[in-house]
Design a protein around this ligand. Structure first.
Ligand code: EPS
Length: 382
């Protein structure tokens, strides 16, 4: 639940494009279109993407809220075109079109069956179009504005892939500055830091593709530079771990989020908790097993989030299903699809994280202009 920022997205996967509005961003934040486009291009990459990413070249059109390179403090409106729209004008016509063939075979694991039952639709296309992960494009664009706000406060958000299917990165911690992590991960086609597992991951994805199958995986998100006290120990809807979990779990196919070291449930308390020391006029910790969050608040250590993505549910070798019109048993509908989207999901999760952290920063420090926010932030004593 966001407290200071509001955002909304609209748009169908094969419609004209995506719309997004974000409000609550202070005035005077410098932001360039290129910065947003750069993060949009990061989301489009990753080995295992399907044919769609060869069609799209996501670039933002800024409609409102930014003037002369700076935010105005008013709602920021963005638009991103779907280049594939040209191939879908008939199918996605806004006016009635009796020639359209309805889709009636729900894909197990997708929103299809629950979606048509919820709305009483007789065409699964009505569900597919909005439940598609195409929507996450706009979240990255809006999240980039929050990322810019954070970077100006020296807060950095990065991610890397730690597992695809059964191929795992066994290195638990890398001694790399968070603001360097994306430079390294973005050079890998599957966004891993450990290049020893890269080849095996690519082979795994290729095998899945050859079998008409899909694979999921896991990734980590790191946040550096958070001061003490983002979030709250008192109000359930302001706890930082809860806000981050909600935001990341709202991303298509994300099924689990955890914080800090993943062995935590097997450990004794004495092994897990990070002892406190006082050196050079500040509190320090011997470890960061907690992953930077204690009692629902940031504790000034690097925040470490683990997220799990299920294998995508559109299979080109489909599973059994039932026709929603005839009730006959048949194989599920086939759509063009990605075989692995874990690297892209990590970029979306970075973006959702940026929105949540910016929200907690504005909640704690406040300010109508970025200058005012910066002043509050810099004069806070920790
Ligand atoms: C998606 C199916 C594929 C993906 C799409 C998400 O699209 P299409 O059906 O057009 O081939 O490529 O992802 C995107 C378009 C994107 O921008 O990430 C799905 O069913 O969720």
């Amino acid at each position: 639940m966001l407290n200071k920022i509001n955002f909304i997205t609209a748009g169908e996967s094969h419609g004209k494009g995506l719309l997004g509005i974000i409000e609550g961003i202070p005035s005077g934040l410098n932001i360039q279109k290129d910065f947003i486009d750069f993060h949009l291009s990061r989301r489009q990459k990753g080995f295992g993407r399907g044919g769609r990413m060869k069609i799209e070249k996501d670039v933002v059109d800024i409609y409102s809220g930014i003037r002369l390179g700076c935010t105005l403090g008013s709602p920021i409106g963005l638009m991103i075109k779907n280049l594939d729209w040209d191939n879908w004008k008939e199918e996605m016509s806004v006016t009635e079109n009796p020639n359209i063939k309805k889709i009636t075979l729900p894909r197990p694991g997708h929103a299809d069956l629950a979606g048509v039952m919820k709305h009483g639709f007789d065409d699964i296309r009505n569900v597919i179009e909005r439940s598609s992960a195409r929507e996450t494009t706009m979240r990255v664009a809006l999240g980039s504005i929050c990322r810019k706000l954070l970077e100006n406060l020296n807060i950095h958000v990065a991610s890397y892939v730690t597992q695809i299917h059964t191929v795992c990165d066994n290195i638990i911690d890398y001694n790399i500055n968070v603001n360097e992590v994306n430079n390294i991960a973005d050079k890998s086609p599957v966004r891993v830091l450990n290049n020893k597992i890269e080849k095996k991951i690519i082979e795994t994805i290729k095998n899945a593709q050859a079998n008409g199958d899909t694979v999921g995986g896991q990734f980590k998100i790191l946040i550096s530079g958070c001061p003490y006290g983002l979030g709250d120990y008192s109000a359930w809807n302001k706890k930082l771990n809860a806000k981050l979990s909600e935001a990341i779990c709202s991303i298509n196919a994300i099924k689990g989020v955890s914080f800090g070291n993943t062995f935590s449930s097997n450990a004794f308390g004495s092994e897990l908790h990070d002892e406190i020391e006082y050196k050079d006029n500040q509190f320090t910790r011997t470890n960061n097993n907690a992953g930077g969050i204690e009692g629902g608040m940031s504790n000034s250590q690097t925040i470490k989030i683990n997220a799990m993505m299920k294998p995508l549910s559109t299979l080109t070798t489909p599973l059994k299903s039932v026709d929603i019109k005839t009730k006959e048993s048949k194989l599920a509908h086939k759509e063009r699809t990605d075989s692995c989207a874990v690297p892209a999901a990590a970029i979306v999760a970075e973006s959702m994280t940026c929105i949540v952290i910016a929200d907690t920063i504005l909640d704690k420090f406040g300010g109508d202009s970025f200058k005012e926010l910066l002043h509050h932030f810099q004069s806070a004593k920790f």
